[in-house]
Write a protein that binds this ligand. Structure first.
Ligand SMILES: [Fe+2]
Ligand SMILES: [Fe+2]
Length: 268
């Protein structure tokens, strides 16, 4: 099973440049083309939040247009820039998505790895949360299928990253979240977005990670007073390969046109 993870495309209104310079729509179109061009097509594409920039229905309309050529099915969860009701309404064909503004949490059983989407959104806040209600659902859902290897996908990483201005927004219920996941050793990974960079940490008996954005990246600055800045490093996405004998192995892909591939031993 091959899982692609696209995150933080931040689609803004048609023709709008984010921060007056980021063409998020073209960048996401490039990501879709890159996924479609893989010689190993993914079974599913996880979209780990901040799908649009202001949670507006017209932004979700443009998002769907850009995603339309994607050959693999998508599974979205909301980020702090999303509006959970508008997001769910934009994917009416996904019967698994709770509608009507309820938490966008769901489990998908279609593949060898069970996929559980989590909703870490606090409306109006930049930081994330897992409240008692969301955690009770997760605990019960994980308890249903303890024998199934499982991937959690969510927007906010449940750990501090060292990028101080991002960590400052916080994650309410982080310790309670870790305590629930620790009770369920079938969790292979918690795949997150929000950080606009690839970051990993050992967490709650599993591994938690974030992926690069398909658009702009958060500048790498681990100093105490580091300012909130973005940088136009190459955009990217991740591929998570599951095989029974290897478990889940993750790769980061830089999107762009690069010199190569060249054979290590060219024919003579
Ligand atoms: Fe984001
Ligand atoms: Fe975010």
């Amino acid at each position: 099973m091959l899982i692609a993870q696209l995150t933080d495309p931040h689609i803004a209104g048609p023709g709008h440049l984010l921060c007056r310079r980021i063409d998020t729509a073209s960048l996401l179109a490039g990501a879709v083309a890159a996924v479609n061009a893989l010689n190993t097509p993914p079974d599913v594409v996880l979209l780990t939040g901040d799908l649009v920039d202001a949670g507006r229905p017209e932004e979700y309309g443009l998002l769907r247009e850009i995603l339309q050529p994607l050959k693999a099915p998508v599974l979205p969860v909301p980020g702090n820039h999303d509006e959970r009701g508008a997001l769910a309404a934009a994917f009416p064909e996904l019967a698994c998505l709770p509608q009507g503004g309820a938490f966008v949490q769901y489990a998908v059983e279609d593949w060898p790895v069970r996929l559980i989407g989590l909703d870490t959104v606090v409306p109006g806040a930049v930081g994330g949360a897992m409240c008692a209600e969301r955690l009770a659902w997760l605990d019960a859902t994980l308890s249903e299928r303890p024998e199934r290897p499982t991937v959690l996908f969510l927007h906010h990483p449940p750990f501090r990253t060292g990028i101080v201005h991002m960590d400052g927004f916080g994650f309410d219920g982080m310790d309670a979240f870790a305590a629930v996941v620790r009770r369920h050793p079938q969790v292979e990974r918690a795949l997150c977005g929000h950080m606009h960079r690839p970051i990993q940490r050992r967490w709650a008996g599993t591994l938690a990670s974030t992926a690069p954005s398909t658009a702009h990246q958060v500048a790498l600055d681990l100093s105490e007073g580091g300012p909130a800045c973005f940088v136009m490093e190459p955009p990217g996405f991740q591929l998570h390969l599951w095989r029974e004998d290897t478990g889940l192995v993750s790769h980061t892909v830089a999107i762009g046109r690069w010199d190569g591939p060249h054979p290590f031993q060219p024919p003579t």
